[in-house]
Each structure stands twice: as C-alpha cells, then as structure tokens.
Design a binder for this molecule. Structure first.
Ligand code: UFG
Length: 324
C-alpha cells in the first residue's frame, strides 16, 4: 500500500516506518524535523515540510497517489501544553485539519490517528476502556480529543474512515538497536532514568510523592513501541472492511508506579539508581492504566512485550549506543 507517514522521523513514527518498509509498503515520510531526526528516516523517503504549510502538503499529495495516511506529527508534552497552549492548538488541531483537507481534496479515505490516553482525564475506574468519559485536564489532551471530534464530521461529510489509537505510555526501542527515543530536552520517565545512569551525574527527579497511589508516585501503563506499531497495521486492515470512525485504547493493562519503574530499571541495568523528590508536574493524573480488551477483540491485537523489564531492556540497549 502507498502510505503517507506524517511524523515518520519521530520516536513512534520512525519505528512504524521501519516496520512498514519491512512489509513491503511504499512509504513517504512528511516531517518538519522539529523533534524528529533525519537520521531516523530513510533519506529517500523523507520529505521535510510542515503541516501548517498547505502548499507543501498540496505538492506532496499531487506527487504521490496515497492510499492511506498515518498521522504521528504532534506536540505531545503535557507540561509544555499547559504553558504554551497556542503551539498545541496550532500544530495539533490546525495542522491536522490541513492534512485532512489535503486527503479530502485527493480522495484519500483511510486515516490512522495517534491519539492519547490524555483525552480521558482523571480515571473513574481502575482501568480505562473506550466507554470512559472524555474530560481531558490539559491542553494536549484537549487537542487530541478535538481531532477525534473532527474525524466524526469528516467521515460524515467526506467519507474519511479513521481509527484513533489512544496510546498510554509509549516506551522502549527497536530491538535491533537502530532506532530509539531521543528528545531534547528529554522529559519522559524511562529515558530520564537510563540517562541518569549513563551521564553518571544522577539528577533524576520524581515529580510528586503524595499522589493517591500505594507508594505516592504516579502510575502509568507502559507499552512497547513495536506493540503500538503492530496495532496500526491491524487498524489499517480493519478500515478495509469497516467504514466508520473508531477509537481504540493501546496499553498493557498493567500499571507501574515511578518507584516500581525505577526498581525494574535497577534490575535490568544492574545499577543502583539515585533520585530525589520534586514537586508534582502540572497536568499529571495520578493513575492512567488501559483496558484494551476491545482492541484485542476487534483488531486481534496481541502485545509481544508484556513485562516492564523487557520494555526497559530494549530502551537500555538503545541508550547505551544511541545513533542520534
Ligand atoms: N516523571 C518523573 N521524572 C521524570 C520524568 C517523568 O517523575 O524525569 C514522572 C511524570 O511526572 C509522570 C510519569 O513519570 O508521573 C510518567 O511521565 P512521562 O513524561 O514519561 O509520561 P506522561 O505520562 O507524562 O506522558 C505520556 C505521553 C503523553 C501522554 C501520556 C498519556 O508523553 O503524550 O503519556 O498517558 F499524554
């Protein structure tokens, strides 16, 4: 299939591109390289451009006869979205509208959208399924939810079929060690834990230790990047036989507190990890754990990496020899 991957030089998008290429798809990457890395994308497939530039998008769609679009490009930091909402609404909402309009103009009708657990807000039950109310508590989550609403209208009016995949905490790296997570600044927990070991200066901070969780630190559902990618392939096939707008949650269903993640990282690396407590980060819910049974049932999704140690060990492999 001829597939446009927006954000294909970023952390999740680059892993997706590698898998699509290995399966023989014809992939074009569109990425503004603001947080992505040219080294993470095959040069011949990379088209540098911005979703806010409609002319660049029009040229791209004219030059390729895409059959489907996967959309990973977004600003995705909860904390940053609290202090700079303008960048979030502009990039994540307006950028996506531009992309959908280009799809509509060129009769491309299959769309896989990177949504987020952040659309749900504070959980009302232990695990979050697709029926959970959507009450995001930060601008980042609101931008993702807005796009999910827009997708319903674009299906009704223009026939664009879509699957929104609500990621819980993407983690880990390409098991071959060619791709991995590399953000500047790095804000995510697992890379920060591992980098604190590699730089030798420690400096790891735990944001908040008086949340309403058993050990007081935030609980998250960490899901390996390749398991996220496999759900995208299944979602694409699903759209062949299902005309509509769908949303699926992607997580392992196991919650780990920050202290538990640190203990698992000590196990994997064989090193003691030093940290200090710092005030909570604005916009962080205490607990986010997925119920992905619908995804497993309707898409036939199976996760390969179910243990937190397994996930961390692929990240540790990358952080010891990062290529970018
Ligand atoms: N944390 C620390 N120290 C760090 C980094 C993170 O204590 O150095 C804490 C955070 O405060 C949070 C937890 O570790 O409690 C996980 O933080 P991450 O930054 O790794 O991930 P988030 O849960 O904040 O965010 C991720 C994605 C978002 C998405 C969210 C939904 O980055 O895009 O998951 O679950 F919205």
């Amino acid at each position: 299939m001829r597939i446009l991957v927006c954000g294909g030089a970023g952390y999740i998008g680059s892993h997706m591109v590698k898998i699509l290429n290995s399966q023989g798809h014809t992939v074009t990457i569109f990425d503004n390289l603001s947080t992505g890395h040219a080294q993470a994308a095959p040069a011949a497939q990379l088209f540098a451009g911005d979703l806010l530039d409609k002319e660049s998008l029009a040229r791209l769609f004219k030059a390729h006869n895409f059959e489907a679009v996967m959309h990973f490009s977004a600003k995705s930091l909860v904390g940053e979205s609290m202090t700079n909402p303008s960048a979030y609404y502009t990039n994540n909402v307006i950028g996506t509208i531009n992309l959908l309009d280009a799809m509509q103009a060129h009769q491309v009708h299959r769309f896989i959208f990177s949504s987020s657990a952040a659309i749900f807000g504070p959980p009302q039950q232990k695990t979050i399924n697709e029926e959970h109310p959507c009450r995001p508590i930060n601008p980042y989550g609101r931008t993702k939810l807005m796009v999910e609403h827009i997708l319903k209208d674009y299906h009704h009016a223009y026939g664009i079929r879509s699957v929104s995949l609500r990621y819980f905490n993407a983690a880990g790296a390409d098991p071959e060690g060619k791709l991995g997570e590399s953000h500047t600044p790095e804000t995510h927990l697992i890379p920060n834990i591992l980098k604190s070991l590699i730089n030798g200066h420690g400096g790891l901070k735990i944001f908040g230790n008086s949340y309403e969780t058993p050990d007081g630190t935030c609980i998250r559902d960490y899901i390996h990047i390749n398991d996220l990618c496999s759900a995208h392939l299944l979602a694409l096939n699903f759209l062949d036989n299902n005309d509509g707008v769908f949303g699926f949650n992607l997580g392992n269903g196991n919650g780990f507190s920050i202290l538990e993640v640190i203990a698992a990282a000590e196990q994997v690396t064989g090193h003691k990890i030093k940290f200090e407590y710092a005030p909570p980060r604005e916009g962080d819910p205490a607990r986010l754990v997925a119920d992905s049974s619908l995804t497993r049932r309707l898409l036939g999704w199976k996760t390969q990496y179910t243990g937190i140690e397994e996930i961390i060990s692929t990240a540790w492999n990358w952080h010891q020899k990062p290529r970018y």
